[in-house]
Design a protein around this ligand. Sequence first.
Ligand SMILES: *Cc1c(COP(=O)(O)O)cnc(C)c1O
Length: 427
Amino acid sequence: MKFNSTKPSFARQLDAQDDLSPFRDQFVIQDPTLVYLDGNSLGRLPQATPDHMKYAIEHQWGERLIRGWNDGWIKKPAEVGAKIAEIIGARPDEVIVCDTTSINLYKLALAALQARPERKTILSDALNFPSDLYILQGICDLMGEEHRLDLIPSDQSLSVPLENCRERIGDDTALVTLSHVSFKSAFMYDMEKVTHLAHQAGALTLWDLSHSAGAVPLELHDWDVDLAVGCTYKYLNGGPGAPAFLYVRRDLQNKLIPPIWGWFGAQAPFNFDLNFNPARDLTRFQISTPHMLSLLAVEPALEIILKAGIKNLRQKSIQQSEYLIYLAREFLFPLGYELGSPTDASERGSHVTLQHPEAYRICRALIEPQETDIRVIPDFREPDNVRLGIAPLYTSFLDLHQAVRRMEQIVKEKEYLQYSEEYLSVT
Ligand SMILES: *Cc1c(COP(=O)(O)O)cnc(C)c1O
């Protein structure tokens, strides 16, 4: 993709030509000067969500009380799951919303290991989200140290060549579990190819879609993916702490045994049987009473994504990330910034990471500027990464232009020196 102007007027022109730009109006934008590049950590609030929640609280809870469950709450985890299924290329009965990403990873990883009892190796990589690795380490500990976690080596902590996967996946591999898009570098695996390699070796796959659901087109079912989990508060805009989802391919659903047996995973929870009989479908992976209010908050956001179309969103995200990298080359690389993401758009999710030794203080200056009204919210990620999330539903080209110019100014004028190097508790 070629761009030939670094002027803000060109950014405005790109916005004017963008078919998706009207979707920005479907989100609450309290402060129009705020450049929000953190939609991959916490998506914006959809305009429709406050009324939706007011109705849920005042009518469904306030008036209907316990009857709310039969009015429809009980079906919500599967119903919202079916919507997410549409976004990630799964069948409607292959996705359910419950618990958190970490808990779902725990449940599905243990179920997968139980299905491959002779194999003792769990394969992941060093780009994975630490919580995912902790969960896997905890599982190895629980299994009496018979199991081990092996990490596929990366290429300079930026990407993992397919060849490295091919070399590591073997006869002892029970499970290959990876983040589809890496939280730091945005490296994106070829999910279909890695899944195929795992299957050839007789292993199962479990993908974490936290940074890809709602950002890149996925065909989980057609790619024969076994298991997946993901987050709804990032690109799916479900709100802080919104419940996560899990995917289990249809033919595996009644073969895998959930490791936590709760009443919502039983065939007939309201029979109150004293012995657990797992449901015959995906619902066996539920544990207990759904977090109904936060689950309902996910609904309006999914409608927006389905209307915009995931392929259109991806197209815009690629155009925007290429534009951002183009501007970074022009303004930032001469100042010591480096690209911390793959250069090839087909190997990148929807965020772009720029590295600088002063990354932390640069982020502080972006978030709390002292000499300008332009406030930019990125993420800082250890040790030197400024992570810029592109959420094509509401990120504008002008946002990206402003962010890059601020990053330039902060280093050029040594503005970052005015900020403490001490980390805040959430970075
Ligand atoms: C955000 C994220 C999570 C979040 O986990 P929680 O259980 O919601 O805290 C998990 N995995 C990855 C890869 C993430 O990016």
